[in-house]
Design a protein around this ligand. Structure first.
Ligand code: NI
Length: 171
């Protein structure tokens, strides 16, 4: 396993629409293992493959308190189960240090393949629903700041660029 570099906005790759996975094989599991390690190292709760520069429809998440329960979502499909929307203050490893409210359906169905390639279906609510929809957006080339006003979005990108410059200078 290896920690991979996380792309940050405005990296153009974050705008790509990710491609369906054709086979859940050892190579894909190696990618998913790296993604989990990268997510833990960055102290995140979710990560999409495109955030490490791989345009495949793969998401990893861990919402457990002890950070020892990684979940794997391959080729996920999400169906909203309600029209009720709720705002939640979101953040993103590709937009470090920026947090803002995004409204999303509070309950969705998630259909996907798991780590072993087995088809699964779950109902997601609360933080799980927020997170899976946020990660799903990444697979469509959408980052949460795309929901904000242009002013806020531009400000967020500038803040991230400054942070990345500082990090690079500190290395
Ligand atoms: Ni994100």
């Amino acid at each position: 396993m290896a920690v991979r570099e996380i792309l940050t906005v405005p990296d153009a790759r974050l705008k790509l629409v990710s491609k369906p996975v054709e086979a859940v094989d050892d190579a894909l599991r190696a990618l998913m293992d790296d993604m989990v390690e990268t997510m833990y190292e960055a102290d995140g709760i979710g990560l999409a493959a495109i955030q490490v520069g791989v345009d495949k429809r793969v998401i990893v998440m861990d919402l457990s308190d002890d950070r020892d329960d990684p979940k794997y979502y391959v080729n996920p499909v999400i169906t909203p189960l309600t029209e009720d929307l709720k705002p939640y203050q979101e953040g993103c490893l590709s937009v470090p240090d920026v947090f803002d409210d995004v409204e999303r359906p509070v309950r969705v169905k998630v259909e996907y393949l798991d780590y072993d390639g087995e088809p699964r279906e779950e109902i997601a609510e609360d933080l799980f629903a927020v997170c899976i929809q946020h990660e799903m957006d990444h697979l469509e080339g959408v980052v949460f700041i795309d929901y904000l006003s242009k002013l806020k979005r531009d400000r967020a990108v500038k803040k991230v660029q400054k942070l990345v410059r500082h990090r690079a200078a500190a290395e």
